[in-house]
Ligand binder design. Structure first.
Ligand code: ZN
Length: 276
């Protein structure tokens, strides 16, 4: 009997000890859970507050809905500089451009075009097959340079819907053929006033050869804003060579920064502005 009692006592004591542990463990678990829940809800509250914060900020800038002017940057010819230098500079300011590219001569690199299109959001446009003065060519050759250029791109997985004639040389015959295959064409100089003519997209040169200044360009931008205008800049490369067919890099960076700071301007590709 004494032995049995001892055993029972031990069992009872063990039960009490384990019971206490269990209760304690449960209590701590519950406590920890509650504490964790508290932390989570506090964090979610903070997160919710963080997410809500912009809603309390001033309204979305007006420029998103109604820009006073459009600006498009266009870069001509087959320069690797477009991908190596220009696209990264523009991307710093969330800006895009249109590249007019030669499809047969001048070592076309269609992969480069695809990176500009897919990674940087650029538009690719046709700039003929061999970069001739189109106004000097017979009709059959015009088709090769204008339609054939589009086919070269298409064969390489790129659809082009905007065209720019080399040396900005254009006549009615050339334009008629361009209209058969493309939705728009860069042609002529100046600022575009609404309604924008898709086959007469005027441009403003910013190559070093144009010897323009930031002050002049800002005046042109103000002019565009007063008339719901569209400025299409034409350039070839961005570097520090002072080559006539380059645009100085510090000038380019200034221009892009000033444009980015103006909430009334929207930077678009050619087809975007024309909603093509
Ligand atoms: Zn060219």
């Amino acid at each position: 009997m004494g032995k049995k009692r001892l055993v029972v006592s031990i069992v009872v004591v063990l039960c009490i000890i384990f019971g206490s542990f269990a209760v304690a463990a449960d209590r701590y678990t519950t406590y920890d859970l509650d504490r964790a829940k508290g932390i989570i809800s506090e964090l979610s509250f903070k997160a919710a507050k963080t997410i809500e914060a912009p809603i309390e900020a001033p309204e979305t800038p007006e420029w998103i809905e109604t820009p006073k002017a459009y600006i498009s940057f266009t870069f001509d010819d087959n320069h690797a500089n477009h991908l190596d230098v220009v696209a990264p500079i523009l991307a710093e300011y969330n800006m895009i451009a249109t590249r007019y590219y030669i499809s047969e001569t001048n070592n076309p690199n269609f992969d480069e075009c695809k990176i500009l299109r897919d990674k940087y959001g650029w538009e690719i446009g046709g700039h003929t097959r061999t970069h001739p003065d189109l106004t000097l060519l017979p009709r059959a050759q015009l088709y090769s340079e204008i339609q054939g250029c589009q086919e070269d791109f298409s064969r390489n997985g790129i659809e082009v819907n905007t065209f720019a004639p080399p040396y900005s040389r254009m006549n009615e015959t050339v334009k008629t053929i361009v209209k058969e295959y493309y939705g728009s064409c860069r042609d002529g100089w100046g600022i575009n006033a609404p309604p924008y003519d898709p086959y007469n997209v005027k441009m403003i040169g910013i190559d070093n050869a144009a010897q323009t200044s930031i002050t002049t360009i800002l005046a042109q931008i103000d002019n565009a804003k007063e008339t719901s205008g569209w400025i299409v800049f034409i350039a070839h490369r961005v570097d520090y060579t002072w080559n006539d067919y380059s645009t100085d890099e510090s000038f380019s960076r200034n221009l892009v920064r000033l444009v980015s700071e103006d909430p009334e301007i929207r930077v678009t590709t050619i087809s975007e502005t024309l909603e093509l």
